[in-house]
Structures are given as C-alpha cells and as structure tokens.
Write a protein that binds this ligand. Structure first.
Ligand SMILES: *[C@@H]1O[C@H](CO)[C@@H](O)[C@H](O)[C@H]1NC(C)=O
Ligand SMILES: *[C@@H]1O[C@H](CO)[C@@H](O)[C@H](O)[C@H]1NC(C)=O
Length: 314
C-alpha cells in the first residue's frame, strides 16, 4: 500500500495517534453547490454536518446553475422566483432564510456562491475567521473525466481552494432535482434516500480529513489542490457502509506515474463508477487545471484520507 518508507512512517504516526485525536467537530464548513440552494441534496448535507456538530453555513446559487465551471458574474436582483419558489421575484442578489441565517443564496454562479460563503458568511459568524473547509455538493449526477472542466460543483471547490481554503467536490450518480421539502414529505423517495446516503458518506469523508489535522498533519489539503469525490448509484447499495472507496485519476494516461494504492496505476474515475459494486471514486485535482496532480501530491492526499475504508477495484 505504501510506495515509500516515509509514507509508511506517517501512516504509523497516524495510527498511533488515532486514539488521541480530538474531534474537530466545531470546524467551520461552508457548503455550496451548482444545483441550487433549495435542493434536497444540499439541505440533507447541511443537516448531516450540523447534526455531527460542525459549524455549517450554506451559500449556494438561488437557481440551478449547471455547467458554469469557474465562471463568475455580478449577482443580480431576482427576475424570476428563487428555485422551488423559495423567494419572490425582486428579491435581492444575496438573501437568506429569515428563520435561519446560515442558509444563504446568491443569485449568480457556483463560484460566486462559494466565494460569498468563504469571504462573507462564514467570517460573519466566526469573528472574521475564514472557514476550515468548503464542501461543494453533492451534485446530482457524476463529475468525472473531462466533465470536471465544466462542472460548477468542481468550480465552486476550486474557487475556495485558490483562496487557500481547503475544498472538496462531491457528486453522486443517484438523486433528483427536487426541493428540500421532499426530504420530509417523501422520506422513502429514491431522491431522499440518495441524499441521506451521500450526506452520510460526505460526513465520514470530512471527519477523516479533520482527524488527520487533529493529530498533527498541519494542513488539511495541499494548497490549490481539491479532492474530487464521486459516489456510485444507490441501487443495490442501500447503506453508507456498503460503499468502498477507490483512489482514482481524472484522466487516462498510460505514461503517468501515480502514487501507489493497489496497483502500478490508478483506475480512472469513470472506470470506478462503471464497475459492478458500491464504489466511491476519490481523486486529487489541481484547482486551476481541474485535472490530475503529480504522484507526490496524490500520496499526500492519500495520507490525509488514510482512514477511509479504501478498496481496490475487483
Ligand atoms: C427556512 O427555515 C425554516 C426553519 O428551519 C424552514 O422551516 C423553512 O422551510 C426554510 N425555508 C427555506 C426556503 O430555506
Ligand atoms: C427507486 O429506484 C429503484 C431502482 O431503479 C426502482 O425500482 C424503484 O421503483 C424506485 N422507487 C421509487 C419510490 O421511485
């Protein structure tokens, strides 16, 4: 599993310190997406992180904004109602839920919403401190291979990462573009089940990331590097514990030298999602190019996420 002795050593330190770790549950986490602030999936993620004790803030587009990549624009007054009628025509460019000001919309693109969450919303609640992490998604539909170039989910994570806020993008094969109200009105819908499973998996991921920092690996993620996570379908994978995590690469490249996980090369994100079984693909991407980083950086990200239930493709 470890290519170098230093990697093995750090893993040992991690293992030895595991039982001393203090849970960083008060960490500040901004949540953004591209599907819109009122979709079931982002609200389930907000609820799950909040229940786990994180200081979570939602800052996401007022409307569905797919395929916007890293575009930014000037947020504008609403000329149509917010998604699912959650605000009227004429609402301001930035708004929030009157009974929970942690729930914010921005009438612009995903990268705008991420920037607003990081630079305005989170500091407002935390004496001006920047957040510890930005979680983007989970997106409805996967973001693998060349799709990362156009993905607003990846764009939002990259925007935070380029401001030195650690960030990860999450996407899932299952789910539907439905209102957060369906989480309670329709608890057995596939969209609700997908939202619940994926948010649990994300909470596990986030906990693992903070566990590494608690025990002295000083940075959460290398600068300008994001983690791109894609969850397989929920069909036949009804519980979060069914999922196996596979480290992957974004692009196929037979000449690339990868950090060692299972084999001499990493499978692609697409190969992971196309495999039979309940898999999650995890890859380390450069926040500028939105494609693979070098082997040394992959190895660092693997170490940070050492305690996830890793697996090899069968
Ligand atoms: C605003 O928050 C309240 C209380 O949590 C909730 O009942 C309501 O559905 C929320 N509305 C929106 C649009 O977020
Ligand atoms: C959920 O998805 C499964 C598998 O596609 C399907 O058989 C089932 O009818 C769906 N259930 C609902 C409530 O839509």
């Amino acid at each position: 599993m470890f290519r170098s002795s230093s990697q093995a050593f750090i893993a040992l330190v991690l293992l030895a310190s595991r039982f001393l770790a203090v849970h960083n549950a008060q960490a500040q986490v901004v949540i953004s997406n591209n599907d819109g602030w009122a979709t079931a999936q982002i609200r389930a993620q907000f609820d799950a992180l909040t229940e786990k004790g994180y200081d979570a803030f939602l800052s996401a587009p007022a409307l569905k904004q797919s395929g916007k990549g890293s575009y930014t624009t000037t947020p504008e007054v609403l000329t149509e109602p917010c998604q699912f009628d959650t605000c009227p025509v004429g609402s301001p460019p930035f708004g929030y839920n009157a009974s929970d000001s942690r729930l914010n919309y921005v009438n612009a693109y995903p990268a705008n919403a991420a920037n607003y969450g990081v630079n305005v919303i989170s500091p407002r609640f935390t004496n001006g401190h920047p957040p510890d992490l930005l979680v983007s998604g989970p997106d409805i539909g996967p973001n693998v291979g060349f799709l990362t170039q156009y993905s607003g989910t990846v764009g939002a994570a990259s925007a935070a990462s380029l401001q030195n806020i650690p960030a990860a993008a999450f996407s899932g094969v299952s789910g539907a573009q439905v209102s957060y109200t369906t989480l309670t009105s329709d608890p057995y819908a596939n969209s609700t089940i997908a939202a619940r499973i994926y948010s649990d998996l994300t909470v596990h991921f986030v906990g693992t990331l903070f566990e590494a920092i608690d025990i002295g690996l000083p940075i959460i993620l290398p600068r300008a590097v994001i983690v791109n996570v894609n969850y397989g379908s929920i069909i036949g994978c009804g519980r979060p514990g069914d999922y196996k995590w596979v480290f992957a690469r974004n692009r196929k490249d037979d000449s690339a030298v990868d950090a060692l996980m299972c084999d001499d090369y990493l499978p692609t994100e697409l190969e992971v999602l196309r495999s039979q079984g309940c898999y999650v693909s995890v890859s380390a991407l450069d926040a500028e190019t939105k494609t693979d980083v070098d082997a040394g950086t992959q190895a660092l990200v693997m170490m940070k996420l050492h305690f996830l239930p890793w697996s090899c493709l069968e």
